[in-house]
Design a protein around this ligand. Structure first.
Ligand code: X8Z
Ligand code: ZN
Length: 605
């Protein structure tokens, strides 16, 4: 369960405490004051159930057993029931003209759930049990070749995908991880049916429409906006894809990676081909001496998990932001425990809506993990800076904001920053070094864009029925090929359930947030660079150490979800639109270079 599911559990609130005695009688006319009191009561009561469901979810994720699964399912069920009762009760205020905060509170109550539950109690139980079970199946998933004794965890296989450049070895890891998900298929199908029933009872066409309703605009308008952003950045992706395919073709051979065809999905250094930074050595444009090997430096300097987190914290405090609370260090899970099953997928947790904030991660000393730590601390700082607000407003301005904060800081992890903190030596600044450096960043930031967009394209289609259960896997690969220009390395069929091998599908975490974050983080970064007084080319900026940038960030964080997101965006950036101009500006040098380099290649797939 990640922070937003928690926020959802929070929005779900508390079950048993809503006593009938305080409900209005059906024939009594509700007033504006009743609505204000209702929201106040919601804020109070939801805390109690939220604490319980957060604790149950934390225990399940850090100690997966049938017992913790059962307790988590029960706590989830109570939370969902509470949410349903509160939504039902709030309908009494539908025709009233309510005060700003109360109206917003009631709106958020209706659109804030990512797991809409039907009213029928038996179905609520079934839904909560399925959610818990899918999470556990993912968390405990292992690949045991030939059904033998030796098994590999997600983490083992991720590492192989990141470090091997052997076609057959990569194929084995890729295929192996996808043996964990077929058992999820029928559960997922039922999960979708139940959520859709819940969404319809709330007045939405399906769960996808509900998810799209969480952005302070009509669902259709949001979908169009996301599409607009994608079209803005698509040309960047197409150039990158073209260049990378050519380099992979040189390494693996034309027969394995043919020109004009989608790239085999297992050759991009990542289990899901979502970020490609791990193949930097295979595709780097120039043979310069520029050493960007942070992983080697972390290993050499004996960085352990805690030291890595302290180093990320130091970036935040250098900007004048507060220190992490002591309990963070005591209660977080930073490394994989040896004696029990856990969900290793990284997440950040606001446990009591005050100071008890934690991360859960299986940290290894790699650059990828260091970057993820900055990401997770972005969530943690958001939690800490909005914890003065009522529970209702303790969330990101929209979910893309929550995902984009830590990432905006990672853009400031420039070679100059790494040199300052002693992880890199002196670096070159010539044109070739710049293109190499930008390529390294683009392999993560730009390669991710179509992936970030298509995951929910698949789910929106599944929820609406456009993709039917007997077409789940084929529909998935149609989108993967259309958006990313990749293809499965071996034939797939409906006996597979490849979407389930990506955490956020069984974890039911909406994914458009990461797509938005990829765009927003450059907007945040550009504005913080302005605040820091930086006026060179954008990609050179690091606002490490800038209190002015920190003040601007803190001001936005402390708004939480109390205002529509365009207001929060305005607070930090002076604009009310999500817009790709900053990411385009950042990568301008690389893009001109790629266009020139690709001009004799035949691009596309
Ligand atoms: O899930 C995450 C974070 C936790 S919110 C580790 N991310 C997405 C993913 O891993 O698929 C961050 C980037 C995209
Ligand atoms: Zn995140």
């Amino acid at each position: 369960m990640n922070h937003l599911k928690i926020a959802v559990a929070l929005a779900c609130g508390l079950a048993a405490l809503a006593t009938g005695s305080r409900l209005l009688a059906a024939d009594q006319k509700a007033t504006v004051a009743d609505a204000d009191a209702f929201i106040e009561r919601y804020n109070e009561e939801s805390k109690e159930i939220y604490f319980e469901s957060a604790a149950a979810a934390w225990i399940q994720s850090t100690y997966i057993t049938s017992d913790s699964q059962l307790l988590n399912a029960r706590a989830g069920e109570r939370a969902l029931n509470f949410q349903n009762r509160m939504i039902e009760e709030s309908k009494r205020f539908n025709d009233l003209k309510l005060s700003g905060d109360t109206a917003r509170g009631i709106l958020l109550l209706k659109v804030g759930s990512t797991m809409p539950a039907p009213r029928d109690g038996a179905k609520v139980k079934e839904l909560a049990t399925l959610a818990s079970s899918l999470e556990a199946t993912y968390g405990t998933g292992k690949y045991c070749p030939g059904g033998g004794e030796e098994c590999f965890t997600e983490q083992d296989l991720i590492k192989r995908m990141a470090t091997s450049t052997d076609y057959a070895d990569l194929l084995d890891a890729w295929r192996g991880w996808r043996t964990v998900s077929p058992p999820m298929r029928s559960e997922y199908q039922r999960f979708v049916e139940l959520m859709n029933e819940g969404a319809r009872e709330l007045g939405f066409a399906d769960t996808g429409e509900l998810w799209k309703a969480g952005y302070d605009m009509a669902p259709d308008a949001f979908e169009a906006d996301a599409e607009r952003l994608w079209l803005q950045v698509k040309p960047l992706y197409e150039e990158l894809h073209c260049f990378v395919r050519d380099r992979l073709s040189e390494h693996y051979g034309n027969d394995k990676v043919p020109a004009g065809e989608p790239i085999p999905a297992h050759l991009l250094g990542n289990m899901w081909a979502q970020e490609w930074g791990n193949i930097y050595d295979l595709v780097k444009p120039f043979d310069s001496e520029l050493n960007l090997d942070i992983t080697a430096a972390l290993e050499k300097q004996g960085y352990d998990a805690e030291k890595m987190v302290r180093s990320a914290e130091e970036f935040y405090t250098s900007m004048g932001l507060r220190e992490l609370p002591e309990s963070f260090w005591q209660k977080s899970m930073l490394v994989r425990p040896q004696d029990r099953e856990v969900v290793c997928h990284a997440s950040a947790w606001p446990m009591n809506l005050k100071e008890d904030v934690r991360i859960k991660m299986c940290i290894t000393p790699t650059e990828e993990d260091l970057t993820t730590i900055y990401h997770e601390l972005g969530h943690i700082y958001y939690f800490l800076y909005y914890n003065h607000l009522p529970p209702m407003f303790q969330s990101g301005a929209n979910d893309g904001f929550h995902e984009g904060i830590g990432d905006a800081l990672t853009l400031s992890m420039t070679p100059a920053y790494f040199e300052k903190i002693g992880l890199l030596g002196e670096f070159e600044t010539d044109e070739e070094a710049l293109i190499n450096y930008q390529m390294k960043i683009a392999l993560d930031k730009i390669a991710f864009l179509p992936f970030g967009k298509l995951i929910d394209q698949w789910r929106w289609d599944v929820f609406s029925g456009k993709i039917q259960p007997d077409d789940y896997n084929a529909g998935w690969w149609r989108l993967r090929t259309e958006y990313q220009g990749i293809a499965p390395p071996v034939a797939r069929s409906e006996a597979d359930f490849d979407p389930g091998a990506k955490y956020h599908i069984p974890g039911n975490t909406p994914y458009t947030r990461y797509f938005l974050a990829r765009i927003l983080q450059f907007q945040f970064y550009r504005s913080m660079c302005d605040a820091a007084g930086f006026d060179g080319p954008l990609h050179e900026c690091s606002f490490y150490g800038s209190k002015a940038a920190g003040d601007k960030l803190a001001a936005m964080l402390s708004l939480g979800q109390s205002k529509p997101w365009p207001e929060a965006l305005y607070e930090l950036t002076g604009t009310r639109e999500m817009d790709a101009s900053a990411i385009i500006e950042y990568f301008a040098p690389l893009m001109s270079w790629l266009q020139e380099s690709n001009k004799d290649r035949s691009c596309g797939w």
